[in-house]
Write a protein that binds this ligand. Structure first.
Ligand SMILES: [Zn+2]
Length: 109
């Protein structure tokens, strides 16, 4: 345990500089990676039921609203080389229009 504030400030400043440098290096590695995606997994996002309070009497009265629970479809994939994680709630069709067109997760590529 270091008790000298001057030494601790120097350590904090040095660690912050290293953190910025390592993050920049990681960003560069991820940017240059020709991603190889692992298995896409289905990980739905669930929002619990909640209440939006109404306004108080005297103002424009709005009643309390109960928002029901909802599950959003969501998928995740991780690059096996650089560990970049992508998450999407979008889907896109595959196949020929006019035929049965299934939807697949759309990661924007
Ligand atoms: Zn990658």
């Amino acid at each position: 345990m270091i008790n000298d504030p001057h030494s601790l400030r120097d350590l904090v400043a040095d660690t912050e500089r290293k953190l910025v440098e390592y993050k920049a290096q990681l960003d560069d590695v991820v940017r240059r990676c020709q991603h190889t995606w692992g298995k896409t997994t289905y990980e739905p996002r669930q929002v619990k039921s909640h209440i939006i309070p109404g306004s108080e009497a005297g103002s424009d009265f709005l009643p309390e609203i109960t928002v029901p629970a909802k599950t959003f479809k969501r998928w995740k994939r991780v690059c096996i080389k650089c560990e970049l994680t992508q998450i999407t709630e979008k889907t896109k069709p595959v196949g020929l229009p006019g035929f049965f067109v299934p939807l697949i997760p759309d990661f924007g590529d």
